[in-house]
Design a protein. Structure first.
Length: 125
């Protein structure tokens, strides 16, 4: 993706992310609420208490191809077990008890925080 393409879609993708998080906020649970035994060995209590997740049948994927970048259509149809946006991640229902999956998505939460939304998204696009 060229820098110009990224700049043209970034505001819409970030707006979609923020709306998606707001739409699912009432269903979200903290990672700490799961009581995993090993996660506190690697992550702070503050991170586990502030990071939330939502279990769904199908993960919400940003409509990047609808914004004119059709080469992302395959990504949008991806069959992932989890996806992270800012400080919330979404899991397929079968992954709710999978501590390794929570670990993986928590790494992405940290990346979002350290890089910021624009830099994080630019790196994956």
């Amino acid at each position: 993706m060229t820098p110009e393409e990224f700049q043209s879609i970034y505001p819409q993708v970030l707006a979609w992310i923020r709306q998606t998080l707001a739409d699912h906020a009432k269903k979200a649970q903290t990672v700490a609420s799961r009581g995993f035994a090993r996660l506190p060995l690697y992550f702070s209590g503050e991170l586990l208490a502030s990071t939330k997740f939502v279990a769904l049948e199908r993960l919400p994927m940003p409509p990047i191809s609808a914004l004119g970048l059709s080469r992302f259509a395959q990504f949008e149809r991806g069959d992932f077990d989890g996806i992270t946006y800012l400080d919330m991640f979404f899991l397929k229902r079968h992954g709710v008890a999978d501590e390794r999956l929570h670990f993986h998505e928590l790494i992405h939460v940290i990346q979002w925080r350290l890089l910021g939304p624009a830099s994080f998204l630019a790196r994956i696009c």
